[in-house]
Write a protein that binds this ligand. Structure first.
Ligand code: ITT
Length: 183
């Protein structure tokens, strides 16, 4: 079996490679742009993206739409996570959270997988907190400011360890369970 990971984000590719290759599943990376519609729902973005890629004749792939939802900011940056990371970045989020005691947040990862003519969509989550400062050099995106255990940031753990408890890791485990049912 071969899984083509369609994303512009090399950090995601590294995480998927760790998983799938550990399971003996070959991976390939393709950076084909697709329209990420403005929606308050990650799953809707993924469903539309899959339809667009299939209409271009692409099959047997996975796409991933993720976001960081901060409770005290009413779910912001959420579905705008990519734009916010590119503009105000982690520093901007830390400023918004300056002096805020309630720091809980959830990372969500919605995976859309097209395999053998069938579509599977699953969402994995990981609860945690926004740290007071950036920590660590591993990972990508919001990893330096998010911690699942209130101690180490996601950027202070190795990729294989992050996969054990991350939103993406949880989504992949759900995906594999669904794939077993149809393959
Ligand atoms: P593609 O849509 O091309 O896959 P992207 O980077 O735009 O890549 P998303 O829209 O899914 O991906 O991601 C929203 C933002 O959240 C973006 O800035 C990512 O870097 C960040 N992000 C996603 N998963 C993350 C993770 O596991 N750790 C830290 N940041 C993450």
């Amino acid at each position: 079996m071969r899984m083509t990971i369609i994303t512009s984000n090399p950090g995601k590719v590294r995480e998927y490679q760790h998983y799938f290759e550990g399971l003996g599943i070959e991976t390939a990376h393709l950076n084909v742009p697709y329209d990420e519609i403005q929606s308050s729902d990650l799953e809707e973005v993924v469903r539309k993206g899959m339809d667009e890629l299939k209409s271009k004749g692409i099959s047997d792939f996975i796409i991933d739409d993720s976001g960081l939802f901060i409770d005290r900011l009413e779910g912001f940056p959420g579905v705008w996570s990519a734009y916010v990371q590119k503009t105000i970045g982690n520093e901007g989020i830390l400023k918004l959270m300056g002096g805020v005691e309630e720091r809980s947040a959830v990372f969500k990862c919605c995976i859309g997988c097209n395999m053998n003519g069938k579509d599977i969509i699953v969402t994995g989550t990981c609860n945690g907190v926004i740290l007071e400062e950036e920590r660590g050099t591993e990972g990508f995106g919001y990893d330096p400011i998010f911690s699942h255990d209130g101690q180490r940031s996601f950027a202070e753990v190795r990729t294989d360890e992050k996969n054990d408890f991350s939103h993406r890791g949880n989504a992949v485990r759900l995906l594999l369970a669904e794939m077993e049912k149809i393959l």
